[in-house]
Design a protein around this ligand. Sequence first.
Ligand code: PA5
Length: 416
Amino acid sequence: MKLDLTNILVKISKKDREQASNAKKVLESKTGLGNDYLGWLDYASKLDNNYVNEIYDYACNLHNKVDILVVCGIGGSYLGSKAVIDAINGLDFTHQVIYLGNTFSANYTKKVLDYLQDKRFAVNVISKSGTTTETAIAFRLLKQLLISQHKDQYNQYIVATTDAKSGALRKMCEAENYKSYVLPSNIGGRYSVITPVGLLPIAFACKEKLFPFIEGIRKAEVDLMKDNDIATEYATCRYRLAKKYQVEALVSYEPQFLGLADWYKQLFGESEGKEHQGLYPTKLIYSTDLHSLGQFVQEGSPILFETLIKIKETNEDIEILEDNDNYDGLNYLAGEKLSWVNEQALTGTLIAHTQEGNVPNIIIELDRLDPYNVGYFIYFMMKSCGVSAYLLGVNPFNQPGVEIYKKQMFRLLGKE
Ligand code: PA5
């Protein structure tokens, strides 16, 4: 993975670099705000391979029994696994993994439950606190459906990922005898994709690709400990750009990157957006969004910069064919690959946005969207985010603002 700062249109000062390097030291020495939530920092290197094999075997056996895994969780309890599965496998038209417990929408929930009625499915209910209302309601409904399918054997189709000791879900695991995995208490939801929270659904959907995914995380852990690492460099650059812009748009030309972009939004939004600080993280998938928001990016209010994800090699390719009639006038592209057209769109847009629109672009270059590089990217982003939040002087690992909606909602729902 590489970081290219040639199009950022600002100068990073020596002072910015010194501040970022201090923030990195605080993170790595575990002496900063929220330091009891830094378990993710060296989780992958400490991860026992026997444990990974056990998760993999369990997921494969489960897949022999059922066709669908319903991941029941919200926020950090599902965004990471969805991000990785979509990035590695491509967009899922087969409904191998379905996500529920991330909404109160009756429309969506009813559709999913109706769909599952006559399907072979299992549920991975994921909640660190074990009390999140969206997840708890969906799990109650899913459990009722499993009971109607399997009577007193229903618990064989439930696997829970939650805290080792505390919370309602842990109590249910014990009382109803579910298979369970532990989300360590020193890792928060949005940093948990590298734990069983992500590993189990990833193993179910991506099979042995789980292993290079973990290798990528481990390699990033080692590389990004070094001086002048790219995670700190990215954080420094964001910090500099944040003095002038309010929004960072993560841009990709791959629709299967969408999940990673959603995961990134939560990671940075919840980690940095506090004490009236932080860039607003958003996502753009080009060229699709060039036909919706491209106009705004090029000539609208100058509130944003782009962080462009450039993927060097495509996983699949397709050739544009010659057409005798050429009514559409596309024969000038005959024989070219679609990935080549996508590359030209990227380069042309980069020139248009930076040189004519004055929109700074940070470029993150990945070799491929494969398990290893996705693992590397995930850890890179988490580390950058920690450094970024410390640069702002905020705690990256809490989310006090989220509790405020819950308080108001519970009052209206009549919760004691
Ligand atoms: O990052 C976080 O901590 C949150 O987004 C949580 O993941 C989310 O609120 C779900 O919480 P829980 O896993 O406790 O159900």
